[in-house]
Design a binder for this molecule. Structure first.
Ligand SMILES: [Zn+2]
Length: 323
């Protein structure tokens, strides 16, 4: 393909403002940014605030500040900044509705309680997820009407019996049977909130995202998302599922690990030190050394990013404990 007809790379970082960013979130933002920038592309900052109860304005403000502090700039988003505005999910409902309507022939209400879904008799997958039995798919209109009076349903999409595979930029080939490993999945929750699985596809497609960089924990939900892309006639982006950060014992970090949130990290490190630390952990530098994201982008190479989860060195944690 000639260079001038090649699609321009557009990446994105899409955090949920439900807490201060931690080191793992920052690593994801940095890798997405480095990938796009090293290929001459642009970046979108999208705020995933569909869950209004968990999302707080103060965290939205802080995450924008923290990204800016590290030196990550975004060509589009958040808020109204760019041609695909708004970039905050809570304000995109009118846009979602158009695509949601196109899926309606496959969507049905599910009245199952949480307890029923997780009953011991439900088929469990090897990773602990529960496969939905499809029991509500065959309810008659009359049965649906009766149950509607008792409880607000969630809405599921009926999947096809097909296998979806793709080559992940970090993890390699991955495939799953939609019917046997995903099952009919929820596209709208009982409280009316659009499910993450659907919103993320609609946003990435409508914002013209060409590469998605996110945590390895989302790898198993990618086949169903690719299927949604195909169903709606969207072109499928490239996926890069990156390793997760763990503590030195291999336990995954979470937002509860407050000692690694940006509020604390910013008291100890300068942005270039933190970038160098992350660059080292991601295989881009032989040892931690101060560097800017723009400098790191010049030498960025996906082939050097490890597939396996990354354990934080004890020295990093002991630096922080001296505070
Ligand atoms: Zn059901």
């Amino acid at each position: 393909m000639a260079e001038n007809t090649k699609q321009k790379v557009k990446g994105r970082f899409a955090p949920t403002p439900s807490g201060r960013m931690h080191l793992g979130n920052l690593m994801c933002a940095l890798l997405a940014w480095l990938s796009a920038k090293s290929q001459g592309g642009s970046m979108v900052l999208r705020i995933e605030d569909l869950d209004r109860e968990r999302s707080l304005e103060k965290y939205r403000t802080l995450l924008i500040e923290d990204l800016d502090w590290l030196g990550l700039s975004f060509e589009e988003g958040p808020g109204e900044n760019g041609p695909c505005a708004p970039y905050d999910q809570s304000r995109r409902y009118p846009i979602y509705e158009q695509d949601y309507r196109r899926l309606l022939p496959r969507i049905y209400p599910c009245f199952c309680s949480r307890a029923a879904l997780h009953a011991a008799s439900a088929p469990h997958l090897s990773d602990g997820r529960v496969l939905y039995s499809g029991v509500c798919r065959t309810l008659t209109e009359q049965q649906r009407k009766e149950r509607m009076r008792l409880r607000a349903p969630a809405y599921r999409i009926a999947v096809e019996d097909t296998v979806i595979g793709f080559t992940d930029g970090v993890q390699g080939w991955y495939q799953a049977s939609l019917a046997q490993e995903c099952g009919d999945f929820i596209v709208r929750r009982a409280d009316g909130v659009l499910a993450y699985q659907l919103a993320v596809v609609l946003d990435d497609a409508r914002m013209g995202i060409t590469q998605v960089v996110r945590g390895r924990d989302l790898l198993s939900s990618t086949p169903q998302q690719i299927w949604l892309y195909q169903l709606l006639g969207f072109s499928v982006p490239e996926f890069y599922h990156i390793p997760l950060l763990t503590d030195p014992e291999g336990k995954r970090l979470s937002k509860r690990d407050l000692d690694l949130d940006l509020g604390i990290l910013r008291q100890t490190y300068r942005p270039q030190q933190l970038t160098g630390m992350l660059g080292y952990l991601c295989g881009q530098l032989p040892m931690p050394q101060p560097i800017t994201p723009a400098e790191l982008a010049q030498r960025f190479d996906w082939a050097k990013v490890p597939r396996q989860d990354i354990a934080l060195p004890r020295s990093l944690l002991s630096d922080l404990s001296k505070l």
